[in-house]
Design a protein around this ligand. Structure first.
Ligand SMILES: CC(=O)N[C@H]1[C@@H](OP(=O)(O)OP(=O)(O)OC[C@H]2O[C@@H](n3ccc(=O)[nH]c3=O)[C@H](O)[C@@H]2O)O[C@H](CO)[C@@H](O)[C@@H]1O[C@H](C)C(=O)N[C@@H](C)C(=O)N[C@H](CCC(=O)O)C(=O)O
Ligand SMILES: Nc1ncnc2c1ncn2[C@@H]1O[C@H](COP(=O)(O)OP(=O)(O)OP(=O)(O)O)[C@@H](O)[C@H]1O
Length: 528
């Protein structure tokens, strides 16, 4: 993993992993020694692990050097070998680089080492995923929330779980912050191995579309995969919405999954369900006439409590009254998907419903920092960072907001520029008071990002009434939002959710909205 600001997942390795002959594995997977000399050096060589990142290598492992978007991994063989790598697998272009940076290390080649990293790791760790009930959730929004709901259910059923997603990498009781939504295949397989070693029963993964395209999920067939929805995002990577859907669809093939559960609330879900190459259950959570075996009725968001209640109807006339701890129609979608995925994974309905009702809050997803209690307003941290997600998040909290709805938000740098004015327009349309700030400017000028957001705001609210811009620091904007919040108001800070860093000017600065908001709340209402 190249994002060194995050903790290393190095601790999430199995304690004992019987080494495997690399020569035998290479033959089985279609990789060859680069030269006769490499063939001789490989004879009898056993490996105990795999990594695609030189910063993440442990002694006795094979370093898979992939051609990257910015660098060739073979440039880093020297560091990998210094940290204990005993062999290198790379593409033909990487061979000479590997020779330069790690002379004397045996080198294997294959046309596409990224595609081989998953199957190779699965073999090296002895297919540990087969000992677990494995699940993965994909979709633009709701992956993290659904994964946490599913994790709560599978924990209730099987005792302990492994979870790998945007917020954290966790195996049983060990956890580290996650550098991205879906980590590289060798990291996943070694987590599976640790989970199997510890007798953990199930794995809940988030599957990003990048991960599918970049082979991070290769090397195992998951028991149940789920799809939430498809909304505008990541077009810089996928080009078009069709390309984006196609990437997600690849998860619903026998190479990756045994069966799927697809929310058919949007047209993309209906297309996916119709074209899936594995058996799928369809779930409809919004009113409509989409054909589905599972559907939701009686969804109610409580005005005072966090819980949302609904009834899930099944194909055999089942009626499951259920509740989940987060507000909004989007969370009915997430909860219903988690329930059906759990049932497909063999969890008894009653266990699933009870565990869902008691699921813990999901970090940075509609996370309530203060409840409305007569003195304090409702203060929430949320991760909505696409126009659709922002719209749904604001709609979710409107019914539980008797006063003004205040939104503190911005937009990302170095990512899909088109969404900036769209986010501004959504906020101006659906919130009463807007505080525009920075999200992760990355290498861009923060002012130009805020200007693009404000352009969208102006398209709906030309006089910029009740619109403030905070140019100093995101924390100041969060504090300003809380300052504006009366007992009947709601302030929702969107865009960064659980994220432990703010990326600006090439730096990862430790920052998280929740503690800043909690401190502002404590200062504003010290007696509450
Ligand atoms: C487009 C994309 O996903 N790129 C990922 C890809 O980058 P890359 O192939 O260009 O890697 P590179 O930097 O050129 O380096 C080439 C190789 O050398 C290795 N290397 C590099 C430097 C070093 O010191 N040592 C070393 O070994 C790298 O690990 C890599 O294997 O492989 C890298 C190594 O695994 C990733 O860090 C990088 O993710 C970047 C950071 C990223 O931002 N990815 C995002 C877009 C992403 O994956 N997002 C999805 C979706 C999130 C969502 O749904 O919102 C996710 O799953 O998180
Ligand atoms: N089913 C849903 N449909 C639309 N929006 C949702 C849904 N579930 C959650 N959201 C909104 O999207 C935000 C992100 O939710 P969540 O983290 O669960 O999704 P995600 O798919 O993991 O996102 P990411 O891949 O960007 O991490 C939430 O904070 C909420 O505002």
């Amino acid at each position: 993993m190249t994002n060194h600001a995050y903790e290393s997942a190095a601790s999430l390795r199995p304690q004992h992993n019987a080494p495997t002959s690399l020569e035998v594995l290479a033959q089985r997977l279609g990789a060859s020694p680069a030269t006769d000399q490499d063939a001789a050096a490989l004879a009898g060589l056993a490996v105990a692990g795999a990594s695609v990142d030189s910063a993440d290598v442990a002694p006795g492992e094979v370093f898979v050097a992939v051609p990257g978007f910015t660098a060739h991994g073979a440039r880093f063989c020297g560091q990998a070998v210094a940290d204990g790598a005993v062999a290198v697998l790379t593409d033909p272009d990487g061979v000479s680089l590997a020779r330069q940076t790690a002379p004397g290390t045996p080198v294997l080649t294959c046309p596409d080492p990224r595609a081989l990293a998953g199957p190779l790791a699965a073999e090296i760790y002895h297919h540990p995923a087969r000992q677990l009930v494995t699940t993965a959730v994909t979709g633009t929004n709701g992956k993290t929330t659904t994964t946490y709901f599913l994790d709560a259910i599978l924990t209730a059923h099987l005792g302990s779980t492994m979870l790998a997603g945007t917020v954290e990498l966790r195996v049983g009781g060990s956890r580290v912050e996650s550098p991205r939504t879906t980590v590289e295949a060798p990291v996943l397989h070694r987590m599976f191995a640790l989970a199997a070693e510890q007798g953990v029963g199930a794995a809940c993964l988030e599957a990003s579309s990048h991960a599918v395209v970049l082979h991070r999920l290769d090397g195992t067939v998951l028991d149940v995969v789920g799809f939430t929805n498809l909304q505008r995002d990541h077009l810089d990577f996928h080009g078009t919405m069709e390309g984006y859907l196609e990437a997600k669809s690849r998860l619903f093939t026998p190479e990756h999954a045994r069966r799927g559960v697809v929310c058919v609330d949007d047209e993309w879900g209906r297309q996916l369900a119709a074209s899936a190459a594995v058996p799928v259950e369809r779930v409809r959570t919004y009113p409509g006439d989409a054909q589905a075996q599972w559907w939701v009725s009686d969804a109610v968001v409580s005005l005072t409590q966090a819980a949302t209640t609904f009834v899930l109807h099944g194909p055999d006339g089942q009626e499951l009254p259920a509740s989940c701890p987060l507000p909004g129609a989007v969370n009915v979608q997430n909860a219903a998907l988690a329930l059906v995925m759990a049932l497909c994974a063999g969890v008894p309905a009653q266990t699933a419903v009870e565990a869902l009702a008691g699921a813990h809050a999901v970090p940075g997803r509609m996370q309530r920092i203060s409840q409305r209690d007569g003195t304090r307003g409702l203060c929430i941290v949320d991760f909505a960072h696409t126009p659709d997600a922002l719209e749904l998040a604001l709609q979710a909290v409107r019914p539980i907001t008797p006063g003004r709805l205040i939104v503190v938000f911005g937009s990302d740098g170095d990512r899909d520029q088109g969404k900036r004015p769209m986010l501004g327009a959504v906020a101006a349309r659906l919130a009463d008071v807007l505080v525009v700030t920075d999200e992760n400017p990355r290498s861009e000028d923060p002012q130009s990002i805020r200007d693009a957001v404000l352009e969208g705001v102006r398209s709906v609210r030309p006089d910029l009434r009740d619109v403030e811009e905070v140019t100093t620091w995101r924390g100041d904007a969060v504090r300003r939002g809380v300052e504006l919040c009366g007992p009947q108001d709601t302030v929702i800070v969107t865009g960064k959710g659980h994220e432990p860093f703010l990326e600006a000017g090439g730096e990862f600065i430790r920052y998280n909205d929740a503690p800043v908001m909690a401190q502002a709340v404590a200062q504003k209402w010290p007696q509450a």
